[in-house]
Design a protein around this ligand. Structure first.
Ligand SMILES: Nc1ncnc2c1ncn2[C@@H]1O[C@H](COP(=O)(O)OP(=O)(O)OP(=O)(O)O)[C@@H](O)[C@H]1O
Ligand SMILES: [Mg+2]
Length: 283
């Protein structure tokens, strides 16, 4: 059953709305900026929002305007915690460690809050296919699963170009995987690759957000290159975002057109609440 955002707001307290949004896309397309602007939009509408930086080159904290973002230690670098929870120090592949460490107390301990948005920085997950399973990976995977499956927050996951952080079980908890694209062939190719990987792990709720759109022909290029995808919105190219980046300022003073379009995307996401309803068992 689909339900309008207005009705939803009347029947479910916002503190109880669970919505899990993952954001992926080619490098540099604007994932972090979209994650920040969406997090702010949800926070301004009084939702409890937890933003997760799951990109190894973390910069979500800075983009959200957190003071001293460089002082935030990513979870993957908390060696003592990794050893305490998994029973083995980081980097020890192949040894004995807990695959399912306890993590439910970690969000409250390690999130930082600024301007109504809570943030956790995950840090670098070692790759190497499913073969590389080290203690820090076990902890991060358990933590991301916990955040997606068991938290009563709007969770916004800023990921790199892939769905590596999501396992099958976790993928099912994602209400929407947003793939950000920009006018350009490479970001379109990446979108197809992400779509394929996502479907392989059972994640089918995929939608596109176009960013850095300068013209009607940019828009046409993207919609005709991705004809089978649902577009949640088209964010214009914005000099204010570029200027904020150059001046090392948070991106939250983007132009009105950008803010409005992010609000449209937010409104388009709320009906994803049909999945939310099922979780809350609202009929
Ligand atoms: N709508 C926009 N208009 C103009 N510039 C933009 C826009 N969106 C993003 N940018 C610029 O593009 C760059 C990349 O943005 P962002 O860091 O959000 O991308 P990303 O996909 O998270 O990158 P990465 O893959 O490195 O994590 C930044 O320099 C930002 O200022
Ligand atoms: Mg980023």
């Amino acid at each position: 059953m689909r339900i309008s955002p207005k009705v939803l707001a009347l029947i479910v307290p916002k503190s109880k709305i669970l919505m899990k949004i993952a954001i992926s896309g080619k490098g540099g397309v604007g994932k972090t900026i979209l994650a920040s602007l969406l997090a702010r939009t949800f926070a301004e509408a009084d939702y409890s929002v937890l933003a997760i930086d799951a990109d190894p080159n973390s910069n979500l904290a800075a983009t959200l305007g957190f003071p001293h973002p460089e002082e935030i230690t990513p979870i993957s670098e908390m060696s003592a915690l990794i050893e305490e929870r998994t029973g083995a120090p980081p980097g020890q592949a192949g040894g004995f460690f807990k695959l399912n460490p306890r993590v439910d107390d970690l969000p409250e301990k390690y999130w930082r809050e600024y301007n109504g948005v809570k943030l956790m920085v995950m840090g670098r997950i070692k790759k190497g296919g499913s073969g590389c399973y080290c203690p820090e990976n076990a902890l991060l995977q358990a933590l991301i699963s916990h955040l997606l499956l068991e938290r009563d927050e709007v969770v916004i996951l800023d990921m790199e170009a892939g769905v590596e952080h999501l396992g099958r079980a976790t993928a099912r908890a994602v209400d929407k995987l947003i793939v950000v694209v920009e006018p350009g062939r490479r970001s379109v190719e990446t979108a197809y690759r992400i779509d394929k990987l996502a479907r392989e792990i059972g994640l089918h709720n995929i939608a596109i957000v176009a960013n850095k759109v300068r013209s009607q022909s940019d828009r046409k290029f993207l919609t005709s290159s991705l004809p089978d995808f649902k577009f949640l919105g088209f964010i214009p190219y914005d000099q204010a975002i570029v200027n904020a980046d150059l001046a090392n300022r948070p991106v939250l003073n983007a132009s009105k057109q950008v803010i409005n379009e992010v609000r449209n995307i937010y409104n388009a996401l709320l009906p994803t609440a049909s999945a939310v309803n099922q979780k809350l068992k609202i009929k």
